[in-house]
Design a protein around this ligand. Sequence first.
Ligand code: ADP
Ligand code: MG
Length: 292
Amino acid sequence: MTPDLLQDGAERSQRLASRQALGATESGGRDAAYGRVLRSRTDIDVSHGRILYLDNVSVSFDGFKAINKLSLDMAPGELRCIIGPNGAGKTTMMDIITGKTRPDEGSVFFGSTINLLSHKEPEIAQLGIGRKFQKPTVFEQLSVFENLELALKTPKGVKASMFFKLNGVQRDRLAEVLHTIDLTAHAARPAGLLSHGQKQWLEIGMLLMQEPQLLLLDEPVAGMTDHETERTAELFLSLKGKHSLMVVEHDMSFVRAIASTVTVLCEGSVLAQGTLDELQADERVIEVYLGR
Ligand code: ADP
Ligand code: MG
């Protein structure tokens, strides 16, 4: 382990904390946290048919309403696409769901009983909401396998993780994730040698190691080749049902390939919602977004 790598680890610890909060519990500690890795998160109450529920949410930045009375919900296992012009509030909505930004008003629930507004960012990750940021943030010097292994470790940092050993169940999970993200043949390669698309899949794999119920993906195919974009569509379709996915994307052929319901965000609230065909025939949507 080089000092460089430790430095690298320190710099990224905040990002890691939000996506690998498994060790972050006040009670239970390390072993209990690892024990939770493969349990099914049955404690999210989806009996009302909703995995995520936002009601009348608003947030202002210096008097500007980035999110304006936003209401939206998602069914468990759903793959929802969010589209809309730049500045519509798509990323801010994800910031609110993940606890990075506090809304001024409104409610945000995970299932019907977990009030996300009463939880901090690492707790929300731990509850089973994984977020993929736009830029891949894998550890380039580590192998694909080691990156996935790291996703199970505590946010205390790379140093503490050096003494970590996978148990059998975790090893099986890692093999399954490698297969899901189509990187089995690249497991031993340093992540830095992967293509941009493969790095994005690796980062999604790191999220999957924690078995999130809900995955938030912000512009996941930006910068990918056409082939990588198609593979990503297959990947997302394979995750649907097992996980709920909220995907912000501008690439309409990608959206067409994966989405059943698409939500159009504009000026911080929902402008329209429906199938992509319905939206493409909607004058308001054409005007603000699709018709440009
Ligand atoms: P989108 O992701 O749909 O392009 P954003 O959610 O990034 O839009 O931004 C919505 C609006 O809120 C933009 O006008 C942006 O400049 C503003 N905004 C977002 N985050 C902040 C922040 N932390 N401070 C000030 N303004 C912000
Ligand atoms: Mg954005």
